[in-house]
Structures are given as structure tokens and as C-alpha cells.
Design a protein around this ligand. Structure first.
Ligand code: ADE
Length: 245
């Protein structure tokens, strides 16, 4: 999968993309990252990328010309792939959106700076707008890295473990069960007996129960959309009853 990132701060990207899992994925040809500096597509002496808003008011607005020129010279006009604007006004990013986007062979991400984008970028260039949460950052660079990270790890082969991202919190619509590793006793805090038992079926049941308990306690609204078996429903009924007592 190929990512094309358009930004005024290209230097932000290599430190994160050139380490660990993403760097290995790129070295193995599973992903490629192409970061483009929007400023390279300006033509005035000062390489201007922002301007004052029509109608007055504070802050500066990202000019349309360099953004259109950058995206169209890399991706053609109209662009050959989804063009995603990172903005706090976009649809909320979550695991489901990551699963939807990993189906594309290529996506483009436009990172804003300043107070906002000229609306024509939104209307006539972007095909999608995504927010990573209900808070406002100084720019779209961290959100772009978050999308790249969450999407890349869903590509088969990117994670070392062949079962990969299947058990992740959110992948099944539930939070993940607790994990333990050696030692079995750390400062008197013991690993649950069942995990040391070697009884695989029992471990699977315990993990499912822990996922359900945790989701009920921390994110009960997720249970409405989760795929639940009859056994899950029964267990939840018991847990809810206990909670009500
Ligand atoms: N740019 C600034 N804040 C943002 C957010 N929450 N999500 C995506 N892009 C942003």
C-alpha cells in the first residue's frame, strides 16, 4: 500500500516512519511512504502557503493553489486515489475506518496548518475528511501518522504474528482481554491460574469473559454493535445482574 502525505512539515515524518514495524514493512515492500512538501509547489519569492481570511477575523488560512498543485502533480487531476483531509471537522477515525481504508492500494493524506483550509480544498480536492478525536491539534501531521500506523498494521505480513491484528481491542467490537508474561509471581501479584493450566479451551473461554467484562465496565456502548454469541449474552446478563445488585 502506498501513502502520499502532503504537509508543510515533512521533517516530522521520517523519525516515526523509519523505525520499528513501519520501517520493516517499508523495507519488505509491504508499504511505501511518500512525503511531499506543499511549500515546494509555491511560485512566489516568499513561498507563501497561507493568507488572511476574507471577511476578516483572526488566524490565517491555507491557500488553495499550492495544495491543489501538490496533490495534482503527484496524483493527477482528478486524483487517482482517495484524498483525505485531516481536520477536526471530519468523520471520527476508528478501527472500522482503518479496516475500510486498508482496502485501497493507495491513499493521499493532506495535513493542514494554520487556522484552517480554504474551503475549495475541502469541496473540490478532498474526497474524505477525517478527525482523530474531538480536540484540536496544531496541525494534521500527528493525525496523518496515526492513520498510517493504524492502517499499515492491518496489512497482512506487517505484524510479526501471523494472527496479526485479529485479537486487537476493537477488532471484534470488544476490548481486548488482559495479557500476562513471566514471571508468574511479581511482587506477590500472581498470573491468573487458568493461564498456566495448559487447558486451551478454558483459556479461550476465560479470555472471552474478560473481554466482555472489560467492555461492559469501560465501554458499555460498544456492546450494542459487537458480534455476540448466545453464551456471551448469557454471561453479560449475569454480569449486569451482579452490577445491579
Ligand atoms: N487537525 C487538527 N486537529 C485535528 C484532529 N483532531 N483530527 C484531525 N486533524 C486535525
Amino acid at each position: 500500500m502506498r501513502f502520499d502525505v502532503f504537509t508543510l512539515l515533512p521533517e516530522v515524518f521520517p523519525p516515526y516512519l523509519q523505525v520499528s514495524i513501519l520501517q520493516k514493512a517499508a523495507a519488505r515492500g509491504l508499504v511505501s511512504f511518500h512525503v511531499h512538501n506543499i511549500r515546494d509547489y509555491t511560485h512566489d519569492k516568499h513561498h507563501t502557503t497561507d493568507d488572511a481570511p476574507y471577511g476578516g477575523g483572526g488566524g490565517m488560512v491555507m491557500k488553495p493553489e499550492p495544495v491543489f498543485e501538490a496533490v495534482e502533480s503527484v496524483l493527477g487531476a482528478p486524483p487517482v486515489c482517495p484524498v483525505i483531509l485531516l481536520t477536526p471537522q471530519g468523520r471520527l477515525f476508528n478501527q472500522k475506518v482503518a479496516q475500510e481504508l486498508v482496502l485501497y492500494e493507495r491513499i493521499a493524506l493532506i495535513c493542514g496548518r494554520y487556522e484552517g483550509f480554504d474551503e475549495r480544498i475541502r469541496e473540490h480536492l478532498a474526497t474524505d475528511e477525517i478527525s482523530i478525536g474531538d480536540y484540536v491539534l496544531t496541525g494534521g501531521e500527528l493525525p496523518a501518522l496515526i492513520l498510517i500506523d493504524a492502517i499499515s498494521r492491518l496489512i497482512p505480513g506487517v505484524l510479526g504474528d501471523p494472527t496479526g491484528a485479529e485479537d486487537d481491542s476493537h477488532a471484534s467490537g470488544l476490548l481486548e482481554y488482559p495479557h500476562y508474561t513471566r514471571p508468574p509471581d511479581f511482587r506477590g501479584w500472581k498470573v491468573p491460574e487458568v493461564l498456566l493450566s495448559g487447558d486451551h479451551a478454558k483459556i479461550v473461554r476465560w479470555r472471552r469473559e474478560q473481554s466482555l467484562r472489560r467492555t461492559l465496565a469501560r465501554r458499555p456502548e460498544m456492546l450494542h454493535a459487537a458480534e455476540l454469541t448466545e453464551e456471551d449474552q448469557k454471561l453479560l446478563a449475569v454480569l449486569r445482574k451482579k452490577e445491579a445488585e
